[in-house]
Design a protein around this ligand. Sequence first.
Ligand code: ADP
Ligand code: MG
Length: 421
Amino acid sequence: MNSNEIDIHKELKKYFGFSQFKGLQEQVIKSLLNKENTFVIMPTGGGKSLCYQLPALIQEGTAIVVSPLIALMKNQVDAIRSLSSENGVAHVLNSSLTKTEITQVKKDITSGLTKLLYVAPESLTKEEYVTFLQTVPISFVAIDEAHCISEWGHDFRPEYRNLKHIIKQLGDVPIIGLTATATPKVQEDILKNLDMTDATTFKASFNRPNLYYEVRTKTKNVESDIIRFIKQHKGKSGIIYCLSRKKVEAVAEVLQVNGISAVPYHAGLDAKTRAKHQDMFLMEDVDVVVATIAFGMGIDKPDVRFVIHHDIPKSLESYYQETGRAGRDGGEGHCLAYYSYKDVEKLEKFMSGKPVAEQEIGFALLQEVVAYAETSMSRRRFLLHYFGEEFDDVNGEGADMDDNVRNPKTKVEAIDQVVKL
Ligand code: ADP
Ligand code: MG
């Protein structure tokens, strides 16, 4: 079967009920159906899953999908099952399955019923599974969240490093790698580590024209500044990121005392409290969630109106992901970061306890954040440049949506900066 024989628009409608592909989906799917190694870089929410789900559903054999989080895999399997009358159309293979369940999964794959098999990378290394998968037709292997393979990414998983070796044992199957990490370094790592430098690459723009980027100098009045900001955005939903759990608790309390409905969220709270606070935010029982980076993965609230960084993030990558939770609906999204060099030093000190290689990467990533905070050029241009994208800061979409463009620094301030450098 190749892409010319299948009406993929019809299949899109049939399986997903959508009448149009989003962005580069159609090109990606055609590339994969043509058995080419394919590399997809799209921002979060861009519609990456469909790029492998649709080709898996309409082809012979089973597609193997590698994904780092069991919760995400379960969600996707449930979603696929709801599109089909057969439960066996999608399965997860992991260590929590009973013997009987594993037998059923194998039966469904062998009979050709299973179109998508989700596996965690550590399960895929199991010899028993590899031996079995060698005996069944595999349509392709999808590596979701492919940046996990790179130490330069924000979520390095050593197990991802073994994938190339295992995929080779499955024979000559096409690979599709997908990520929302746009830095050229990470992309290079992915292609090299999956041994697919021949891949056809599809990269969507990372520009978010409706987000306004602003950096303010952090002083001891940062909390009252934040309170003022929130009061100016009365009734709007927002997230405030802090580096430590202690800070999260402290800031949440200050806000509450000042009449702002806010809840804390961090990994130190028990699961029940975390779920409750998350729901309160989603259901709009509270306006603001004050959180560590533990908050946000998979949160899809369309009308988050501001994301404030009380402390600077560890990398521009994280900054982009975290601010990306604002304005999902295309409406206003104000991204405000507070910056002080003291925070940088704190982070550096924190990192100095880590292995040397990790430290070097950490420092380099942090220096980019510093450069972003201190720049007097278009912040959007700076961010996009970091992601290997050229942005026209005069005519580009959203060009005037940042503090540096709206209020250019005075000459004296600019000279001051140069002298400091
Ligand atoms: P990503 O993995 O890139 O972050 P997802 O695959 O989770 O994005 O998709 C984000 C959202 O976009 C989902 O709600 C999905 O249903 C929706 N979506 C994907 N493709 C289409 C399409 N062609 N038309 C409309 N909505 C789509
Ligand atoms: Mg995804």
